[in-house]
Design a protein around this ligand. Structure first.
Ligand code: G3P
Ligand code: MG
Length: 251
């Protein structure tokens, strides 16, 4: 049975505040092959790493990311909501993540999820691609989005950068759309990967990256059907299981 690659979902977000540099560094330390993170745009057009369009769940701020400048965003505490020991963490910029990727000993892949299915951030695709090119990270990045038109735009702007069409549930037209927009993979939930649609996707040449799987039993079921990558909040536990053959370590 092929072991899927482990990507840390929002970093090692089970143990660290999601989408922060310590969460990403922990994923590297425990041996994940990659991380997944979410990007939004600030008022002054800077690409920042945060899952929600709004600030209240994961910072001490309120309102929308798009209504604050980067300088204002950087003052927010993005760690205390998770634990007081992370009170000095700030929302990272995509550029800070790229600097981290360039450090010695870091060869991780990074799946950047363009969070533009709720707010259609103008120019997000161009800004992200420009940064990828500036840091020469084309071979280590996968761009994904629930917004098919955005991924189509990415493909128009860049002929080869890897893209993953992100779906929830079991839409019957995912393979058709992925083909139409020139995507390279489908990012889906277990319910899709375990359905007959998954055979169709694999036959059409789309590897499956599956989110979000935190229990070993669930991962084992997915290994049987054959998936490329698993996205988990618990990369340490999954890596440990891989290395030792241990089972059922996951909460
Ligand atoms: O990219 C996979 C997964 O992150 C999509 O859902 O809400 O966790 O960003 P969400
Ligand atoms: Mg995401």
């Amino acid at each position: 049975m092929k072991q899927p690659m482990i990507f840390a979902h929002r970093g090692a977000s089970g143990q660290f505040p999601e989408n922060t540099l310590p969460a990403f560094e922990e994923a590297r330390k425990v041996g994940a092959a990659g991380i997944e993170l979410d990007v939004q745009l600030t008022k002054d057009g800077q690409v920042v790493i945060i899952h929600d369009e709004t600030l209240q769940r994961t910072t001490d701020g309120t309102g929308y990311v798009q209504d604050l400048t980067l300088q204002q965003i950087k003052k927010l505490d993005a760690g205390s909501w998770f634990s007081p020991s992370f009170q000095h963490e700030s929302i990272p910029t995509l550029e800070e993540v790229f600097q981290w990727m360039k450090k010695d000993g870091n060869s991780l892949q990074v799946n950047i999820e363009l969070k533009n299915n709720v707010i259609h951030y103008k120019g997000l695709e161009e800004k992200v691609l420009a940064l990828i090119e500036a840091y020469h990270l084309e071979e280590r990045i996968i761009l994904s989005s629930f917004n098919a038109l955005s991924l189509q735009r990415v493909r128009m702007l860049h002929p080869t950068i890897e893209t993953g069409y992100l779906i929830a549930g079991k839409p019957d037209n995912a393979v058709w759309i992925a083909n139409e927009i020139g995507a390279n993979a489908i990012h889906c939930q277990p319910v899709y990967a375990l359905s007959s649609y998954a055979d169709e996707a694999k036959k059409a040449g789309f590897p499956l990256r599956v989110y979000t799987v935190n229990r070993m039993e669930e991962l084992e079921g997915l290994m049987e059907v054959g998936i490329d990558t698993v996205m988990t909040d618990e990369p340490g536990s999954f890596s440990y299981s891989y290395n030792t053959g241990a089972r059922s370590l996951i909460r």
